[in-house]
Design a protein around this ligand. Structure first.
Ligand SMILES: Nc1nc2c(ncn2[C@@H]2O[C@H](COP(=O)(O)OP(=O)(O)OP(=O)(O)O)[C@@H](O)[C@H]2O)c(=O)[nH]1
Length: 596
């Protein structure tokens, strides 16, 4: 049943006076065992992402009373209720900018057993790189689809963002997708079951094709604007008897968290405050606490953790999956870039310029040849890249169909190498999934998706001795300075719209004989979930590229076959001391926010 109260904008004076700090205190006091999950809202421009996010945050009382009041005052001038919720979110974003928190937009709300970190990803094509950064931090995605006549069609057509966002959610490690068919209240829709079914029927095959298993996708009709089927069920759709959005969220199983692995913290943003260097990002595996002595890669710089904060509150220890701010000593903020990784000194992540990959070409106007240049996105890092070698084309069964092809084209899955203009922190997908899956984009479009099967040891900064910390004397970094115009992990906010300059590679495409590729070592002790998803290597065996834990792993329509043994250098084994997961890694233990 719909709750009429939910359809009115909360009275500023009557609304619960809960700001973020109070909210977190309440979490601290009342529900210390809540699991932390990250949720991203994606979808075509104007589908209603901000409105739906805003509705949740307003109805949950997360938006500050002061912010609501200001928005409400503007209501008449701005055009009425429809602007309120999206503006409420904008207000939070302004708050975040002022308080120097996440660029992509992060807010929090809670359900009965979970604490949700909300990431509102921009829908416009121009901002897909931001969307990639935001989505790579999330385990759950809500795909907002507008049911309004014409809008669904525009978003799902070739130039709309719906297809790209579906592919990216799957590629970037999201484990649950909720498809919320929005604007069901619109006058062109009137909660019509036929329109809902039509959209579902059109989207379903593409979701499957993109690797989404029906079991991991939930569907529901909503009105983000009216709050119907968002926090409360509605009676407007008697043909839909399922749960509302919040109930769906509450029912999802959190992903397994690798607590005992060496820590890997991917950096989204950095800022300076009171002389301290702060980094914001996601702890992918392991734990981090104040006092930890760590390494910043790829610059190989020794740093020390001064404090760990979630929102504005200091916490004792960051757990896997946490979005946190870490204050570092021993480094100047200017030395840090987006896409860098904070990791263990004894078991650091690799940094390299050359990867070998299983790569699926999803969009390519004509043909692709050796020397193809594009932009590579891996976790929060971005680098210009050039395809230096194409060693095989695979057939639909995943077998090698052609060796050393002269060219490849759309729809093909290939084994190839990419060389980047700057070192990137990566690991083979089998070793560390969040740092082993990548997206290739070119001229504002997603060209393909891939997983890393080997990394080069040439240019691997892990091989050199760590640089001692020295905040007073910033040393030269292998990456461009943050202010540089060149794309760098920090400076790239969108891909260069203009024709790209030639990728800055330092040697010929064929001169790769001195590279040594590290593949996932046979003896690497993988956590159970990863082990299950890593079938035995055999040239005939099919490996699914569905980027998800093994328990949700069926044969997927997107699949790769292991690389044929054609690497130009020897494949190194465990003696190369690559990053490895702790075999005793176990499930996530809910954290408790420390009291200040
Ligand atoms: N009728 C109706 N209109 C809605 C609903 N949700 C959003 N809208 C309207 O759709 C328009 C776009 O909403 P936004 O929330 O700004 O869309 P968005 O997806 O965040 O847009 P971008 O961030 O630009 O991609 C606004 O005019 C909203 O009022 C809904 O459930 N019903």
């Amino acid at each position: 049943m719909s709750d009429p109260k939910q359809q009115e904008f909360p009275d500023p004076d009557g609304s619960p006076d809960i700001d973020e700090e109070t909210f977190e205190e309440e979490v601290d006091d009342g529900s210390p065992q809540k699991t932390h999950s990250n949720i991203v809202f994606v979808g075509h421009v104007d589908s209603g992402k901000s409105t739906t996010c805003g509705r949740i945050l307003v109805d949950k009382g997360v938006v500050e009373k002061r912010a609501i009041g200001r928005v409400k005052q503007d209501e008449d001038a701005q055009g009425g209720e429809e602007f309120i919720y999206a503006q409420a979110l904008d207000e939070l974003e302004e708050e975040r900018r002022r308080s120097k928190t996440f660029e992509c937009g992060h807010s929090m709300f809670e359900t009965e057993t979970k604490l949700w970190n909300v990431i509102d990803a921009p829908g416009h094509r121009q901002f897909v790189p931001h969307m990639i950064g935001g989505t790579s931090q999330a385990e759950v995605a809500v795909l907002i689809i507008s049911a309004r006549k014409g809008e669904f069609e525009t978003g799902f057509e070739k130039d709309g963002q719906t297809r790209e966002h579906i592919v990216l959610t799957k590629t970037l490690g999201v484990t649950h997708l909720i498809v919320a068919i929005n604007k069901m209240d619109d006058e062109t829709v009137h909660w019509d079951q036929g329109r809902y079914t039509e959209i579902k029927d059109k989207l379903s095959p593409f979701l499957k094709q993109s690797g989404w298993r029906p079991a991991d996708v939930r569907w529901l009709p909503i009105s983000g604007l009216k709050g119907e089927n968002v926090l409360h069920r509605t009676d407007k759709s008697p043909w839909y008897n399922g749960p509302c959005l919040i109930e769906v969220l509450e029912s999802l199983t959190p992903p397994e968290r690798m607590v005992n692995a060496p820590p890997i913290f991917t950096i989204q943003e950095k800022y300076k405050e009171s002389g301290d260097s702060n980094i914001l990002g996601k702890l992918e595996v392991g734990t981090i606490k104040a006092g930890d002595e760590m390494l910043l890669m790829p610059i190989n710089k020794q740093v020390k953790v001064k404090a760990v904060k979630k929102g504005n509150r200091t916490i004792e220890m960051a757990q896997p999956g946490d979005q946190v701010t870490i204050t570092l000593t021993g480094i100047d903020e200017q030395e840090i870039s987006r896409g860098y990784v904070l990791c263990s000194r004894t078991n650091p992540i690799h940094a390299t310029n050359l990867i070998e990959a299983q790569f699926m070409i999803m969009e390519c106007k004509s043909v692709m040849t050796k020397g193809y240049e594009a932009v590579l996105h891996v976790h929060a890092a971005t680098a210009e890249c050039i395809m230096t070698q194409i060693s095989a084309v695979l057939d639909k069964q995943g077998k090698v169909a052609q060796k050393n092809p002269d060219f490849v084209k759309q729809g093909q899955t290939i084994i190839c190498r990419f060389k980047t203009d700057i070192p990137i922190c990566v690991e083979p997908f089998k070793v560390l999934q969040p740092c082993g899956r990548f997206v290739i984009r070119d001229e504002g479009r997603t060209i393909g998706i891939g997983k890393i099967i080997g990394i080069s040891v040439k240019g691997d900064t892990k091989a050199s001795a760590p640089q001692p910390s020295n905040a007073q004397k910033p040393q030269s970094s292998p990456s461009p300075q943050p202010d540089s115009n060149k794309p760098s992990p920090a400076s790239v906010s969108t891909e260069p719209p203009q024709p790209k300059a030639p990728a800055k590679v330092d040697d010929g495409l064929d001169d790769l004989s001195n590279f040594q590729m590290i593949s996932a070592p046979k003896q690497t002790a993988l956590p159970a979930a990863i082990k299950q998803s890593a079938p035995k290597q055999s040239s005939q065996q099919k490996i699914s590229i569905a980027f998800e834990p093994a328990q949700t792993q069926p044969a997927s329509t997107i699949s790769f076959t292991p690389a044929p043994q054609q690497q130009s250098g020897p494949i190194l084994n465990a003696s190369a001391k690559p990053f490895s997961m702790n075999p005793t890694a176990k499930a996530f233990v809910p954290f408790k926010i420390a009291k200040q």
